[in-house]
Write a protein that binds this ligand. Structure first.
Ligand SMILES: [Zn+2]
Length: 72
């Protein structure tokens, strides 16, 4: 399988809106201040532990501690 060039990955990170990707996976995001919150897909979340920061295109889960960007 061909590797995705590093430049293409950087392009994706810059261009893809993280919240759109998450919503495409069926996760409902709700505004909370400057952030968006929703149920984490990585653990059995009932408290909207997943916090998305659109300004940085980064996400973090306060339930299971995972975090990352578009690719992750
Ligand atoms: Zn989680």
């Amino acid at each position: 399988m061909p590797r995705i060039p590093e430049s293409e990955l950087e392009h994706l990170k810059a261009e893809v809106a993280l919240e759109r990707l998450i919503e495409a996976r069926g996760i409902v995001l709700k505004p909370r201040g400057a952030d968006l919150v929703g149920l984490c897909p990585f653990h059995a979340d009932r408290e909207s532990s997943l916090v998305v920061t659109p300004a940085k295109n980064l996400w973090h889960c306060f339930g299971c501690g995972l975090s990352g960007g578009v690719i992750d």
